[in-house]
Design a protein around this ligand. Structure first.
Ligand code: NAP
Length: 235
């Protein structure tokens, strides 16, 4: 079956920035698939959005589990037959203050697995759906912490390395894609979510704005860039 509406897929869509992105994309007229690793939280989030009349569905996806990513891509292909927008939003921020040299190496491994390798596997599994229609917009939700200059200062090492790698992935894939497929990275700023904490100055809605812009850019829009608030920032 092929869906007439454009289809968007958001990882980690059950809360925080991801939830807001699902909502805003649905308000823009997309059929939105809210991906969550926890079926209960995912279904609850979908039901809440459906109560407001939004066209949102749930798909189980744990970015740490390659088989769940493969299954999710099969489900989207069979149920909707297309994918127009993919947002790699799922992420973790673990043991932030520990130094790389003294922390348990499993923290780095786990952070890289979710924030970098998870996004890579999602792109790898879902891009055939975009290639089939010669169209797609992929946004990797990165962070200013992933900029190269951040590597000169200690702290937040695991998270910084994961987002640096995600940024590199964005550039490498942008050089590989063909047709009207574009992939960009975004720093959402410091956002008030479970990850950002209550003191963060930005709302998820503000954070979603530049991500939504990149989700809807035309064929002349950027490919392989790193943005904050719609402006290019240094890698
Ligand atoms: P959040 O409130 O902590 O939400 C994180 C989301 O990622 C949750 O839905 C979580 O699912 C999901 N997730 C984590 N590991 C996952 C996995 N293995 N598989 C599937 N989903 C997984 O964080 P947020 O602030 O909305 O952050 C969203 C993105 O923005 C992240 O990539 C983050 O690095 C980036 N970012 C945030 C800020 C900020 O200030 N908040 C700043 C810069 C960048 P569960 O509910 O199941 O845990």
């Amino acid at each position: 079956m092929s869906q007439d509406k454009q289809v968007a897929f958001v990882t980690g869509g059950n809360r925080g920035i991801g939830y807001e992105l699902v909502k805003q994309l649905a308000l823009k007229g997309f059929k939105v698939i809210l991906a969550s690793r926890d079926p209960k939280m995912g279904h609850e989030a979908v039901e809440k959005l459906k109560e407001s009349g939004l066209d949102v569905s749930f798909v189980m996806l744990d970015v740490d589990d390659q088989e769940s990513i493969r299954q999710a891509a099969i489900t989207v292909s069979e149920k909707y037959g297309r994918l127009d927008v993919l947002i790699n939003n799922a992420g973790v921020y673990l043991n932030v203050n520990e130094k790389l040299l003294t922390m348990d190496p499993s923290v780095l491994e786990k952070t890289m697995r979710t924030n970098f390798f998870g996004a890579y596997l999602v792109i790898h599994s879902f891009i055939p759906l975009m290639e089939k229609q010669g169209y797609g917009r992929i946004i990797n939700v990165s962070s200013g912490y992933g900029a190269m200059r951040e590597m000169a200062q200690q702290g937040v090492g695991a998270y910084k390395l994961s987002k640096l790698s995600l940024n590199g992935l964005t550039q490498l894939v942008s050089a590989e894609v063909k047709g009207d497929i574009k992939i960009n990275a975004v720093c959402p700023g410091w956002v008030s979510t479970d990850m950002g904490g209550p003191s963060a100055p930005r709302t998820p809605k503000q954070a979603a704005e530049s991500i939504l812009w990149l989700a809807t850019i035309g064929p002349e829009g950027p490919n392989g860039g790193f943005f904050r608030d719609g402006k290019r920032i240094d890698w």
